[in-house]
Design a protein around this ligand. Structure first.
Ligand code: HEC
Length: 164
């Protein structure tokens, strides 16, 4: 066994662990709003997600984009359930506290971005409410089919045109 082979995996693991620990330390103090399933949040977050995030994080019916193939680490497909997009380590079981932490972590990541990856920080110009709206949306996203996705991500002006 060449000593050089596991090196990348170990380095990757170390970076990933460090990153998760530092996020955990900071994100644990974030206060999660208790109205995250409010429909205004989903609608606002959906439109933002479609504009700003779906190019990297994809959407129902879209499994890859040329753009994301060039990124390393590649962006998790947020339209899939947590386990399938490859970052499930922090979300074990259905304990309330781990769900809570998963939300805090998503908020933190969206707000600050992840250094040394393609994940940009959105804090400048995006207030916390807007970020929570996106957190709310990405937690519903794996349950949406293409039609539901279209509806939730439509901007206001489109909602008049279908007789509603
Ligand atoms: C330029 C591509 C790109 C764009 C645009 C982007 N992201 Fe990301 N995002 C990434 C990458 C790459 C990662 C993974 C970083 C890693 O694993 O180190 C990531 C990680 C995440 C994660 C953590 C996922 C997890 O469970 O580990 C969340 C949540 C997230 N992005 C949300 C968003 C939201 C919301 C938007 C839109 C406001 C967005 N991202 C826009 C590239 C992008």
């Amino acid at each position: 066994m060449g000593a050089d082979v596991p090196h990348n995996a170990v380095t990757y693991w170390a970076l990933e662990t460090l990153r998760e620990q530092s996020i955990a330390r900071i994100a644990g103090d974030i206060k999660v709003p208790n109205d995250l399933d409010a429909s205004e949040r989903l609608l606002a977050g959906g439109a933002d997600y479609n504009d700003m995030c779906s190019g990297c994080h994809l959407k129902p019916g879209k499994t890859q984009s040329d753009f994301t193939l060039g990124l390393y680490p590649f962006p998790p497909n947020l339209s899939l359930p947590d386990k399938e997009h490859g970052h499930s380590d922090h979300k074990s079981g259905d304990h309330k506290s781990s769900d809570q932490y998963s939300l805090q972590r998503q908020f933190w990541i969206i707000k600050h971005g992840i250094k040394a990856s393609g994940m940009p920080a959105w804090a400048p110009g995006h207030d916390d409410k807007r970020i929570w709206n996106m957190v709310a949306f990405i937690n519903q996203l794996p349950k949406l089919d293409q039609a539901q996705y279209q509806i939730l991500t439509a901007r206001d002006d489109a909602s008049e045109s279908n007789g509603h």
